[in-house]
Design a protein around this ligand. Sequence first.
Ligand code: NOJ
Length: 555
Amino acid sequence: MTQNTTAAPAATDSAPAGQWWRDAVIYQVYPRSFADGNGDGMGDLPGITARLPHLRDLGVDAVWLSPFYASPQADAGYDVADYRAVDPVFGTLTDADELIRAAHALGLRVIVDIVPNHCSDRHEWFRQALREGPGSPARERFLFRAGRGAAGELPPNDWESVFGGPAWTRVPDGEWYLHLFAPEQPDFDWDHPAVHDEFRSVLRFWLDLGVDGFRIDVAHGLVKAPGLPDVGHGEQVKLLGKQAVPYFDQDGVHEIYRGWRRILDEYSGGSERIAVAEAWTPTVERSARYLRRGELHQAFNFEYLTTGWDAAALRAVIDRSLTAMDAVGAPATWVLSNHDVVRHTTRLSGEGGAGDGDGGARGTRRARAATLLMLALPGSAYLYQGEELGLPEVTDLPDEVRQDPAFFRGAGQDGTRDGCRVPLPWSGRRAPYGFGPVEGGPSWLPQPDSWRDLSVAAQTGDPASTLEFYRRALAARRAHPALGAGPGLVWLPSPEGVLAFSRTAAGGSFVCTVNLTGAPVALPTPGTVLLAGADVVPGAEETVLPADSAVWWAA
Ligand code: NOJ
């Protein structure tokens, strides 16, 4: 393995030279569930490398890899014990190097996760902090405090863990430490200069290896309000992202990212190295603050993700997002699924699980329409592995196979995250459907029998399949001059429950129509069909859009 930077792919899109990220389609790989190269039931880096041609054929621009670093896996790798090492379960540093090189050779950029809010309780710094005890310099890199109550038996404040329960754990010497997530994930104290130095060094480590950017985990969490004041009420998790709390979205985080941006710019050359913030803020305007000049490049649009199947609400969030991002010169981003939320085929079905009643069919129709809407909007889009196969959420995993820490700390199965993390089906008629090399071999979560018909192999070449639909959509998005970063959108008159907008570039105009109602709707025919998410017979004057469907038009 060498430490030299491999060449990033040449710009092939309509964004300004080097600014490939402005309209990129970025595909999230969740390493433990993508492809298992060695047959141990857990996905790994060689497995990903071997499957990269699937992503090239799909037509995405970049891959974002969730953490594959050394970790006891208390939170599926978001508890990092060594930021410069690959966990043996995923492979080696050489495998990471090979993955980056192979991706670049295929024209794919690579973004890796960085987890700066907290580490693992097995990280050397935290072990040292435990060993050296109260008052030691090693404790100052974390948030250790004395407890409240006569004997310090109560947590230092009322903050709650995002995974449920108090955000504090007491150690045998009587002090408490802060963990906004699981107890195995102690929060760093970002007032400490060593923490800053360490993360600048970690960024350089991965940039030297050739990565094209970072997804910043809990980007809004690093800085806590001075004095760690109480929130003042319980059930805080229900209000996260909706109201201000003293542990998220504090103004001090921005200075950190200005420093990180300088590092990214140093490495940028002809192709920019980027950072995308995972920042759950109360408004898109607050998210846009992470993207001001000299800060980060993109932020996930969680307000879009959490908006239901409702035309007026979607139009409002699209307008708000475009306005807020435009004000800071950043592209809007769009996302429907990731490893923390119910897959959108199921979420949009309007029913608890895929397959009950008409929920499965309706979920699939709506998911396709939602995908066409998302990919037609100005800016960049994030896809989550398996959505190109139309995978539903797995809603009936037995408790004994579950691994999400939120399941064990929360109120039970609802809202937990294993159901969107089930390993992908690639081929064959028997589990693990090509996820691992051996038919009948293991997979860390069981796959439903119905997934044999949803595998990559089963869908390839079938024009009616979700996979071929995604391939066509991504090819059309790349080819049409008015799509991608391109021009803004102009809303067209449309009946209630229908969205219609145009985008016009020098080389051609484009119209997107989406019927979000449960009944067919007739609309004036705006051009010729570029791509339809359902059967559509265009009329000379009018075209009937089926229920829950979208059409792209060349106008
Ligand atoms: C956000 C990640 O997406 C999630 O999976 C993780 O549990 C938390 N951050 C904590 O790192």
